[in-house]
Every structure is written in structure tokens, then in C-alpha cells.
Design a protein around this ligand. Structure first.
Ligand code: KG4
Ligand code: ZN
Length: 338
């Protein structure tokens, strides 16, 4: 599907991670992510700070990716970057840098949709699915279930109508007094907790659509119904039970949708990608369902579930092999869809 002669540098700066990767010899040769710590102080991403941090981090991150791959700038045969969706100021840094590099080195440039990057992240390592496969993307900004066919054709089966799954984890964590990003915190604290402690409403709607704002509100109402003393005492004694109950409600809804989609479409290869795919409860439940229902499950290794540039590199290599190049006039598209 891809050419082993391609030596490609890919850059991803759509949100708060400055990432660069090199694809060479038909595989990902390096993947470097510089996470911006500044946002933890504010309990969420501050767009202006993200953009400024990308400007500081982009050159060292690219240099590290090239060095780790043992590739010199002159060895490159193409340059790629995410052009959307994401924060405008953040996207601009990686996109402008990549276009300038492609122009300077007189190389082809490939713009990649970040969501396509997540969908093709299952091709970074072996084994990977064959087409068609069902892909559940669950990240901080997106939650959608698509049927992926060869040739960059995707059919959307369902999506969230409000918050993304990762956003729900982050907001629930904040209500529980946990740090940011909240997903990994809830995951860690939920281990050993009693998931039957509290029954939260299911985020699953009709078909394959979801709504995560209800479950977030229900965490808030549950805690606000208590006096400050009762709340402190409950969080002291039952934080892990509360986290486990929340996680169970989200995981059950996501895995239930996967099971139904496999039955309805007859497609028995399933990918779960995006930051929330790092969740240990989701990984375990999806694998258990795959085993009982007889479908193959593909989940990228942890560094390739959360935002990274390796997924942009692999997607760009597919695009190049299919003859897709982008003009240097390509603009950032903050609201780009899959
Ligand atoms: O894909 P990603 O790195 O960035 C976006 O494109 O949004 O996803 C980030 C999201 C955050 O909301 C974070 O809390 C969530 O993924 N996340 C997790 C876990 N690790 C990251 N959520 C639940 N459990 C985890 N272990
Ligand atoms: Zn992402």
C-alpha cells in the first residue's frame, strides 16, 4: 500500500502536544511528543499558551525525531502536517513550519486530517486490520463510530451529539477534585473501585449516537446533593468507587455500540483509537467482548492512542502512495470533519 522509498517527516500540532515523526523504509522510524505541561496549572488547555509553546518546541521536537530516526533533512522525500481539526493558533504553527520546510527543500507536501490520523493509527504497528473495519474514535475532542473502507472512504454510523468521551472524563475528574487531564486520573483511581457503587445514566442514545453531557451533569448533581462535609467524607471513602462507576457507564455504552455495529454490519474487525482508547477499563471490556462475540480488536499501543505524529506520518504515506499531494496554499481548518 505504501512505498518503502518514502522518507517522510510528519508534524502534529493540533492541540497541546507538539509532535514529530519520521516514516522511512516502509515503517515509523521515530515518534517524538513534547507534552506542554503549562496547561495543568489552569485545569485545561489555554489556546494562546498552546500556540506559543508549539513555537518554542517545534524545532527541537523535529530535530529529535530526525536524530532518533537517523535521517538528515536532505534525506527527506516528503513533508506532512495536520491541517485540522484543532485549535487555529496551534494548527498554524505546525502547518506553516511544514509548508515552509517543503518549499525550502522542494519536496511534496501532504496535509492530513487529524481524525483520519487516528483512524489509520492502527497501521503503525502489526498486526493491523484489513479493510473494511469499524473504527471507534474516542478522544478529548471527538467521539464517533465509522466504517472504514479502502481508499479513504468512511461512512459515519454515529457520533456524540455534545461532549466527547475524553471531555466527559476530564470534566467528571474535575468535579471529583482530580487533576487534569482527568481521563488517566479516573482510570488510575477506578482500579479496584466498586463499579456498582452508583448507577450513572448511559451516554448511549438511539442508533450509534452518544451524549456525554448528561453523565457529567449527573456526577455534578450527585455531589451537589451532599453537604460540604458529606461530600468530603464521600470523596475520602468512595472516590475510587465513584470513578469506577463513572468509567463503567462510559465503557458499557461504547462497547455496547461496538457489539451492535459488528452484529448489524457483519464487519468483524474493530479498531478503538484516540486518547480514551488508552483507558484500561475500555481496553479490557472491548477485548472481552471481542473474545465472546468473535471479532478481531485492534487498539494502538498507548503512545499511538493519544495524540502523536506517527499516525499523521502513516496516513500521509498512504496518501502519497495513492497520489494525493496538497498545495502549499492549504489553510488550517479548525472545524474539519472526517
Ligand atoms: O486523542 P487525544 O490525545 O487528544 C485529542 O485529540 O483530543 O485525547 C485526549 C483525551 C483527554 O480527554 C484525556 O483525558 C483522555 O484522552 N485520556 C483518557 C486516558 N488517557 C487519555 N481517558 C480515559 N482513560 C485514559 N487512560
Ligand atoms: Zn486526537
Amino acid at each position: 500500500m505504501t512505498s518503502t522509498g518514502t522518507t517522510l517527516l510528519a508534524i502534529e500540532t493540533s492541540c497541546d502536544d507538539t509532535a514529530a515523526a519520521v516514516y522511512a523504509g516502509g515503517r515509523v522510524a521515530s515518534s517524538v511528543v513534547a507534552s506542554q505541561r503549562v496547561h495543568a496549572w489552569f485545569g485545561g488547555i489555554v489556546p494562546e499558551l498552546a500556540s506559543r509553546a508549539h513555537q518554542v518546541l517545534i524545532v527541537p521536537t523535529v530535530d529529535a525525531a530526525l536524530a532518533e530516526a537517523g535521517v538528515a533533512r536532505d534525506d527527506l522525500t516528503a513533508v506532512a502536517a495536520t491541517y485540522g481539526p484543532g485549535l487555529a493558533g496551534s494548527l498554524l504553527v505546525g502547518l506553516s513550519f511544514s509548508k515552509a520546510l517543503a518549499l525550502g527543500l522542494e519536496l511534496p507536501f501532504v496535509g492530513v486530517n487529524h481524525l483520519e490520523g487516528h483512524v489509520y493509527s492502527v497501521f503503525i504497528d502489526e498486526p493491523h486490520p484489513a479493510f473494511p473495519y469499524l473504527c471507534l474514535t474516542v478522544s478529548g475532542g471527538h467521539t464517533q463510530l465509522v466504517l472504514v473502507e479502502e481508499g479513504f472512504r468512511h461512512t459515519t454510523l454515529g457520533r456524540t451529539r455534545d461532549d466527547a468521551a475524553g471531555e466527559a472524563f476530564d470534566k467528571a475528574a474535575r468535579l471529583m477534585g482530580l487533576g487534569y487531564p482527568g481521563g488517566p486520573e479516573i482510570d488510575r483511581i477506578a482500579a479496584g473501585g466498586d463499579a456498582t457503587f452508583h448507577r450513572f445514566p448511559s451516554p448511549r442514545l438511539a442508533g450509534y449516537d452518544f451524549s456525554f453531557s448528561g453523565i457529567k451533569t449527573s456526577v455534578r448533581y450527585f455531589l451537589e446533593a451532599l453537604s460540604p462535609t458529606e461530600r468530603d467524607s464521600l470523596l475520602a471513602r468512595h472516590l475510587s468507587d465513584l470513578a469506577a462507576s463513572f468509567q463503567r457507564a462510559v465503557v458499557d455504552a461504547l462497547v455496547g455500540a461496538l457489539r451492535d455495529a459488528v452484529r448489524e454490519t457483519g464487519v468483524n474487525a474493530v479498531a478503538v483509537v484516540g486518547g480514551v482508547a488508552a483507558n484500561s477499563g475500555l481496553r479490557a471490556a472491548a477485548q472481552q467482548t471481542a473474545d465472546t462475540d468473535g471479532f478481531s480488536l485492534f487498539v494502538p499501543a498507548l503512545p499511538y492512542s493519544v495524540d502523536n505524529a506517527a499516525m499523521i506520518a502513516v496516513t500521509a504515506a498512504f496518501k502519497l502512495a495513492a497520489g494525493h499531494e496538497s498545495p502549499l496554499t492549504l489553510q488550517a481548518e479548525p472545524a474539519l470533519k472526517l
